[in-house]
Design a protein around this ligand. Structure first.
Ligand code: ATP
Ligand code: MG
Length: 588
């Protein structure tokens, strides 16, 4: 196990928002957090109102809410007041189009300012906001538009022409298409900006109630066909609290979330949490580039940064040279989500960036961070951390006849959460049966395997489907991948179980090398030996194959099921979210 990393609390920085984790866990109740939110009369609650209008109401409207960095060097600030007005206009425009409570409004666009206006305006109108990742090809877009029964789609002319126009007749629910850059030449579409200009910028407070549907997010599709998870306005209590306690956000902070709003992280933490906490959200329209990223951290004086293991591994690959000459001293807190965070990445970040990444665990279904490493606590690298105050987490085993048994510390089982937190999903769209299968004895069952140690820290083992059974052992891919990642030649590693006559399954590793290394038989043997000395023969991979890149979802998760299917010659299943699946459709 990598050595403990001590918390960094500098005297010249503000004290952590969450000062005493244990005391807060002992006393916290969601009722208190939810009561804090009720700012509207008649028990009404609205995420967008909490996010922007409340700052206007308390006189902080002139603070920059959104700092947009365009891919061609543009830079534009939107204050809380401006976002409140623009989202009012958009909500009014939706109403003029006859769109109201419960209707689905989808957006298919890159990280452009109109996306943020659409999200907030849709929520104010009481409609359900559903983001679609802009690099999806026409078929995944169609499937999601059909499933969500979207009545409105906001998109760009280019994306419309490439992905929607030809199949519009097959989308009977889709009544209105709003083009953010319309020049009036596309029949059957509206100009987003013309609509915005005609809508008044005042509105009476939203009428949504806490349990009204607010967000529809499709999962990443890492394990199969993506599911549509529904979240309600009450979720904002969890966004605010996790923003405050886990990300340590406070008014005046400059905050950067690198996740695309096409996925849940890019909405919960790339729109809602920073706004409800009064921070300035930095949005970078461009794709990953190590030097650009370091330049943004430096120039924008980013205080809090939330990113993902894939991006961190790419930064590691780019080497320490890329960070040289950049001043990252404004950074107070860095966190990661989406995949297991290799201990190697935590120690690397401390050595190279001066701060450690803090792992956080959650899912589309949980709506907000559930398990985390907090600023006020030391980090055990490789651990996801401890449950948020207000969240009861446990390791359980499903009983064959129904129900679950709680397991002891150190035992491996399914990670479960006591149902009932505000951002818990309320449904899988049109799949009530599947939704019900996620619950047993009052627990939500996550489908992830983990261990809880004697001190209450949770350790990710793998997804239910990715775990390998070999010679009577259960092996989680994460521990094997972590060890290979420690070797200087390895950029990324993915592990699968391969059927074997004697052992049941053997572990096979797929490895992508860092740029200065070339595949060779000698290196393969060296890596197998390296893993064997650290893991022992029972757990270490028996086979190892070099591949240029591991297959990943567009949200950056390694798709081990595809490695498995390719290896075993099985059908690939749903690949709608596979990165690079539509090479003729460049990310636009
Ligand atoms: P699908 O459910 O469609 O297969 P998905 O589970 O990848 O896709 P998301 O909801 O985006 O879709 O991802 C949540 C999953 O990501 C978690 O269940 C877990 O497997 C993984 N994950 C997220 N954060 C972490 C983390 N900190 N450590 C380990 N795994 C993580
Ligand atoms: Mg999932």
């Amino acid at each position: 196990m990598a050595a403990l990393i001590h918390k960094i609390l500098n005297a010249n920085e503000p004290a952590p928002n969450l000062m005493d984790y244990r005391a807060m866990r002992a006393t916290f109740s969601w009722d208190i957090a939810c009561a804090e939110q009720a700012r509207l009369p008649y028990d009404r609650l609205n995420i967008a109102f909490e996010a922007v209008d409340r700052w206007v109401a308390t006189g902080q409207g002139e603070v920059a809410a959104l700092r947009w960095l365009g891919k061609n060097g543009e830079r534009q600030d939107f204050s809380y007041t401006e976002l409140a007005r623009l989202s009012n206009r958009f909500a009014n425009s939706l109403e003029q189009l006859g769109i109201g409570p419960g209707d689905r409004v989808c957006i298919l666009a890159g990280r452009i300012p109109e996306l943020y206006i659409t999200a907030l305006g849709t929520l104010k109108a009481g409609a359900v906001f559903c983001p679609l990742f802009s690099a999806f090809g026409p078929e995944p877009v169609r499937v999601r538009l059909v499933k969500s029964q979207a009545r409105v789609l906001v998109t760009t002319t280019l994306l419309y022409q490439r992905k929607i126009r030809e199949q519009r007749n097959n989308l009977p629910d889709l009544e209105h298409i709003l083009l953010t850059d319309s020049d009036g030449s596309e029949p059957g579409t509206h100009s987003f900006h013309t609509l915005l200009e005609t809508g008044p910028d005042h509105r009476s407070p939203p009428r949504t109630r806490p349990e009204d549907w607010a967000l529809l997010h499709f999962t990443s599709g890492t394990t199969g066909i993506p599911k549509g998870a529904i979240h309600v306005h009450q979720a904002v209590a969890a966004h605010q609290l996790t923003g405050r306690w886990v990300l340590d956000l406070r008014p005046g902070d400059i905050y950067w979330c690198t996740a695309d709003p096409g996925w849940v992280t890019g909405v919960s933490y790339g729109i809602i949490a920073p706004f409800v906490n009064g921070a300035t959200l930095v949005v970078d329209e461009a794709e990953f580039d190590a030097r650009r990223w370091y330049a943004i951290l430096d120039r924008e004086r980013v205080n809090v940064w939330y990113t993902a293991p894939t991006a961190i591994r790419m930064l590691m690959k780019a080497g320490a040279e890329a960070v040289q000459g950049h001043d990252l001293s404004a950074l107070r807190f860095m966190a990661s989500v989406g995949e297991p965070l290799n201990p190697e990445a935590v120690t690397w970040s401390l050595a190279t960036l001066g701060r450690p990444f803090h792992d956080t665990w959650w899912q589309t279904e949980t709506g907000a961070i559930m398990i985390a490493n907090y600023r006020v606590l030391d980090i055990r690298p490789g651990s996801m951390g401890q449950p948020l105050p207000g969240i009861e987490a446990a390791i359980v085993r499903r009983r064959p006849g129904g129900g679950v048994d709680r397991l002891e510390p150190g035992e491996e089982g399914e990670l479960a959460l006591r149902a009932g937190w505000p951002s818990m999903f309320r449904s899988y769209l049109d799949d009530e049966e599947r939704y019900q299968q996620c619950f047993a004895d009052g627990w939500y069952l996550s489908g992830d395997l983990a261990i809880c140690d004697i001190d209450g820290y949770f350790w990710f083992v793998g997804r239910n489907d990715d775990v390998i059974k070999t010679s009577g052992h259960l092996i989680g891919p994460f521990e094997v991948e972590n060890v290979l990642m420690e070797h200087p030649a390895v950029a990324e590693a993915g592990m699968i179980g391969k059927p074997d006559e004697f052992a049941g399954q053997i572990v096979k590793a797929f490895v992508a090398l860092k740029p200065s290394y070339v595949p060779s038989d000698a290196l393969r043997k060296e890596l197998l030996g390296f893993a064997r000395t650290r893991l022992g023969p029972a757990v270490a991979p028996r086979e190892l194959e070099f591949i240029p890149d591991l297959p990943k979802t567009r949200s950056g998760k390694i798709m081990r099921r595809l490695l498995r299917a390719r290896e075993l010659g099985l059908p690939l299943g749903d690949v709608s979210t596979l990165e690079g699946e539509n090479p003729e459709e460049p990310d636009v």
